[in-house]
Design a protein around this ligand. Structure first.
Ligand code: DAH
Length: 347
């Protein structure tokens, strides 16, 4: 009997020491399992009491229960204490100084070219146009033949256009989207096709091998040059303001007849000052090409030119972006100089 009491006292002391030394609640939990778990030392000891004579069993049982309750209570309070300690330590290490200035996250914004595209897309969607896409890698047929470009047309030259093979090119303009649209849609057609175009140009202050256009195409019964002019005025006034005026100069494109260049009143000097670096004294700035869709082009795409007519235009996006912001060097658009780009706060 004394042996059992000794053992109980020994366990009690051991547990007290271990609990006092424990540094984490997980250690206390291990101790609980070791003592009070199903196969724990205390549990086994209590089980063995059954083999004692009745008198001794009663006395020992009382003592053993006391020790077990004591151990349980010690373990529970140690667990609570250690968890609190851990929480306090975490709070201490996470202290923050609310008086420190905040860290500002750099905010991105749309590229000026993207802004011009979206402004124009808004306009055209409101005018009832669909926005369509075409491939950057285009067939020679869609890019030249269907657009009525003669075999000796200079744009077909390898010096001007990037050829992938004899039949494929990187599109040098968005005009082939006209053909793809007429092949797949029936008139009335009202579309604009925004996108990148590619030309074999050396990079300099007025040329980049990649630039941007927005092709427009309207086909219906009874469309006239007057409709084209009206539309051009709407676009130019929308982009440059009510005061901007246009003038149309005769020009030549294989896929339009008649063809014209759209000029606008100089957006820098307004009146043609002799020292104006943009209009060079003429008072006009060339913007983009346009014209009435050539009957041959309609025919090649399966539209009867006796029934339908239409107009087309190819807006030079980089040029009008430069005009809007008074920039003269298109290279800036592609250098990704953050200081340059930061100036365009939603412009
Ligand atoms: N594709 C021509 C170019 O890149 C621009 C152009 C001119 C487009 C007249 C047109 C047009 O749709 O009618 O130079």
């Amino acid at each position: 009997m004394t042996q059992v009491i000794e053992k109980l006292n020994e366990l009690k002391q051991q547990i007290e020491e271990k609990i006092a030394a424990a540094k984490a609640s997980s250690e206390v939990e291990d101790l609980r399992v070791k003592m009070l778990g199903r196969k724990g030392e205390m549990t086994l000891l209590l089980k063995n009491l059954g083999s004692l004579p009745a008198e001794a069993r009663k006395e020992m049982g009382k003592k053993a229960n006391e020790v077990r309750d004591f151990v349980q209570e010690k373990i529970e309070s140690a667990r609570v204490r250690l968890e609190l300690e851990a929480q306090n330590n975490a709070l201490k290490s996470e202290v923050m100084d609310v008086t420190l200035p905040g860290r500002r996250k750099p905010q991105g914004r749309l590229h000026p070219i993207t802004n011009t595209f979206s402004r124009l897309e808004d306009l055209f969607v409101n005018l009832g146009f669909d926005i369509v896409d075409g491939p950057h890698i285009e067939t020679v047929y869609h890019n030249f033949d269907a657009l009525n470009a003669p075999h000796n047309h200079p744009s077909r030259d390898e010096a001007d256009t990037f050829y992938i093979n004899d039949n494929l090119v990187l599109r040098p303009h968005t005009s082939p989207v006209q053909i793809r649209t007429m092949e797949t849609r029936k008139p009335p057609i009202r579309i604009v096709a925004p996108g990148q175009v590619f030309r074999r140009d050396e990079i300099d202050a007025t040329h980049t091998p990649v630039f941007h256009q927005m092709e427009g195409l309207v086909i219906d019964k009874g469309i006239t040059f007057g409709d084209l002019k009206g539309m051009l005025e709407i676009i130019v006034k929308y982009v440059f303001g009510e005061k901007a005026n246009i003038r149309l100069r005769p020009s030549h494109f294989p896929f339009t007849e008649p063809s014209a260049e759209v000029d606008i009143t100089c957006y820098v000097c307004g009146s043609g000052k002799s020292d104006c670096r943009v209009c060079k004294g003429s008072g006009w700035v060339e913007l983009w090409g346009c014209g009435m869709v050539h009957p041959e082009v309609l025919k090649k795409s399966g539209i009867d030119p006796d029934e339908y007519s239409g107009y087309a235009f190819g807006i030079g996006i980089d040029r009008i972006t430069s005009a809007l912001h008074g920039l003269s060097d298109p290279r800036l658009y592609f250098e990704n100089d953050v200081q340059f780009l930061n100036q365009f706060k939603g412009a």
